[in-house]
Design a protein around this ligand. Structure first.
Ligand code: NAD
Length: 480
C-alpha cells in the first residue's frame, strides 16, 4: 500500500533468529515436557507464509487426566499450603523472565499468530508481563482484598483463543496462581507456541511441578478439560457458540465459571469530537491485530452531520496503512490467523455486499502466500444486516449513522453482545450520559483498546459473564 504515501519504506525486518523453534513440542505436565499418551501430534503454521513451524503434541483424554491429577497434587501438597508471600516470589519471577525474554516472545507470537511485531513487542508481551507483576502483588494481600477469609478454588481448567495467545494465557494464569490455585491451560490449536515458551519460563522460574500444566490440542482437548470432574473452576475465553456448549455441559455441576466471549462493539463519534483523534481511535479499534479482537470497535456509529468528513479522513488514513510481513517493524496489518478465519471474513463480507452495503478498501497488494485480507469499510449498512450483527473478527468496519444521542444509544445497544464500546466527544457530560446507557462491560472515552491489569474486563449478555483483571478478576479464583 505504499503507492498512496509520498515515500516508500525500506524493509525493517525484526531478526527471526532470536527465537529457536524446536521441530516438535510435548505437553507440559507436572513440570516436564512429554509426548501425548497415544503419540498424536498436529502442525502449527505461520499464517503469513503457510510454512509449518513445529509439530505439537495433541492431548487426548488420558493426557488431560494426567494434567488435572498433577494440578490436584500440586494444589494439595505445595501451592495451596504455601504462604502468599512465597507464591508471590514465583509469580514475580515469571513476570521478570517474560520481560527479559520479551524479544523472543514477541517474534514467536508474530510467527505463530501473524500479528505485526510492533504490536506483539509493544502490547502483547509487555502487558503479559505486567499482568504477572500486578497479580504477584496480590498474593500476600488476599485477606485485605474485601473477600473475607477467602480460600482458593482448587484446580482451574482454562481454555483460551488464538487472538492474543500469550496475553490470554497471562490473564488466566496470573490471577489463578496469585489466589493459590493450580492450573491446566489449553491454548488454541493455531497458536500454541508462546504458551509452550511460557511453560519453559515456569521451569526457569523453578515453579513447583504441577502448579502450571499446559496441554495442547483442539476443541476435543478443550472439551475433555472443561468436563473433567477434577476441575473446580472453568475459565473460558473464546466464541459465544463454544461458550454456550460449555455452559450446557457444566449445568448442575456446581463448578465456578467465567466466560469471556464475543463482541460487536459500537464506536460512537459525535459531531463535536476531535476528528483526527477519532480517526486514529477508529483505526486502532478495528484494525489493531487485524480486527481479531473481542472488543474491536467493529461498528462505527457516526453523527450524520460529520459522517462524510470523517469518512474522507478515514479513507485517507486507511490508504496509508501498510499490510505485509508481520516481522517487518513498519507493518500495521499482518496476516489473518488461519485459512478458516479468512474464509469466515470473506463469507461475511460477501454477505454485506449482497445485503446492499457499499464495500471499500484502499489499493492494496496482498502477498501471494499466506492468509490476507485488506482493511475494509462498509457504508450504507443497515442494522439488520449480518455485518452489523455478527462478529466478523477481521479487519472489516461497518459504518452506520445517527442524528441524536438517543438514536446513538438505541443503535449501539441493538446487539446481542455487550462487551465494549467507545465514545468520541468533547463534552464530558455527554461521555457520562452515554456511558451510563451503554450495555457494555467497558466503555472507552476518546480512546480505544486501552488495557491495564488493574482494570476489570468482561461482558454482559452474549459476551459472557465474570471479569478478568483487577480485584474483581481475582475474586473469580477465590471461594469467597
Ligand atoms: P473458539 O471458541 O473456536 O475457540 C476458543 C478455544 O476453545 C480454543 O482453544 C479451542 O480449541 C477451544 N474449544 C473449541 N471447542 C471447544 C469445546 N467444545 N470445549 C472446550 N473448548 C473448546 O474461539 P476462537 O475462534 O479461538 O476465538 C475467537 C473468539 O474468542 C471470538 O469470538 C472472540 O470474541 C473471543 N474472545 C473473547 C475475549 C473476551 O475477553 N471476551 C477475548 C479474546 C477472544
Amino acid at each position: 500500500m505504499t503507492d498512496t504515501v509520498p515515500w516508500s519504506y525500506a524493509p525493517a525486518p525484526q531478526e527471526r533468529g532470536i527465537v529457536t523453534i524446536a521441530p516438535s513440542y510435548g505437553l507440559f505436565v507436572d513440570g516436564k515436557f512429554a509426548a501425548a499418551a497415544d503419540g498424536r501430534t498436529f502442525a502449527t503454521v505461520n499464517p503469513a507464509t503457510e510454512e509449518s513451524l513445529a509439530e505439537v503434541a495433541l492431548a487426548g483424554e488420558a493426557d488431560v487426566d494426567r494434567a488435572v491429577r498433577a494440578a490436584r497434587a500440586a494444589y494439595e501438597n505445595v501451592w495451596g499450603p504455601m504462604p502468599g508471600a512465597q507464591r508471590a516470589k514465583y509469580i514475580y519471577r515469571i513476570a521478570r523472565l517474560i520481560a527479559e525474554r520479551a524479544r523472543e516472545f514477541a517474534v514467536l507470537e508474530s510467527l505463530d499468530n501473524g500479528k505485526p511485531i510492533r504490536e506483539s513487542r509493544d502490547v502483547d508481551v509487555p502487558l503479559a508481563s505486567a499482568h504477572f507483576f500486578y497479580h504477584a502483588g496480590w498474593a500476600d494481600k488476599l485477606d485485605y482484598a474485601g473477600f473475607g477469609q477467602a480460600r482458593p478454588v482448587g484446580v482451574a481448567g482454562q481454555v483460551i483463543p488464538w487472538n492474543f495467545p500469550l496475553l490470554m494465557a497471562a490473564w488466566k494464569l496470573a490471577p489463578a496462581l496469585a489466589a493459590g490455585n493450580t492450573c491446566v491451560l489449553k491454548p488454541a490449536e493455531t497458536t500454541p507456541l508462546t504458551a509452550l515458551l511460557l511453560a519453559e519460563v515456569c521451569q526457569q522460574a523453578e515453579l513447583p511441578p504441577g502448579v502450571v500444566n499446559i496441554i495442547t490440542g483442539a476443541g476435543d482437548t478443550g472439551a475433555a478439560l472443561v468436563a473433567h470432574p477434577g476441575v473446580d473452576k472453568v475459565a473460558f475465553t473464546g466464541s459465544t457458540e463454544v461458550g454456550k456448549e460449555i455452559l450446557r455441559s457444566a449445568a448442575g455441576s456446581g463448578r465456578k465459571l467465567t466466560m469471556e466471549l464475543g463482541g460487536k462493539a459500537a464506536n460512537v463519534v459525535f459531531e463535536d469530537a476531535p476528528l483526527e483523534g477519532a480517526v486514529e481511535g477508529i483505526v486502532n479499534g478495528i484494525f489493531f491485530n487485524q480486527g481479531h479482537v473481542c472488543c474491536a470497535g467493529s461498528r462505527l456509529l457516526v453523527q450524520e452531520s460529520v459522517a462524510d468528513m470523517l469518512l474522507d479522513r478515514l479513507r485517507r488514513r486507511l490508504a496509508a496503512l501498510r499490510l505485509g510481513d508481520p516481522l517487518d517493524k513498519n507493518t500495521d496489518i499482518g496476516a489473518i490467523n488461519s485459512r478458516q478465519q479468512l474464509d469466515k471474513i470473506r463469507e461475511l463480507s460477501a454477505a454485506g455486499e449482497t445485503e446492499g452495503a457499499e464495500r471499500w478498501s484502499p489499493p492494496c497488494q496482498l502477498p501471494d502466500r499466506g492468509y490476507w485480507f485488506p482493511p475494509t469499510l462498509f457504508t450504507g449498512v443497515s442494522q439488520s444486516s449480518r455485518i452489523a450483527r455478527e462478529e466478523i473478527f477481521g479487519p472489516v468496519l461497518s459504518v452506520l449513522t445517527f442524528r441524536t444521542p438517543e438514536e446513538a444509544v438505541a443503535k449501539a445497544n441493538n446487539t446481542p453482545y455487550g462487551l465494549s464500546a467507545g465514545v468520541w466527544t468533547e463534552k464530558g457530560s455527554r461521555i457520562l450520559w452515554l456511558a451510563q446507557r451503554m450495555r457494555a462491560g467497558v466503555v472507552w472515552a476518546n480512546t480505544y483498546n486501552r488495557f491495564d491489569p488493574a482494570s476489570p474486563f468482561g461482558g454482559y449478555r452474549e459476551s459472557g459473564f465474570g471479569r478478568e483483571g483487577g480485584r474483581q478478576g481475582l475474586g473469580a479464583y477465590l471461594d469467597a
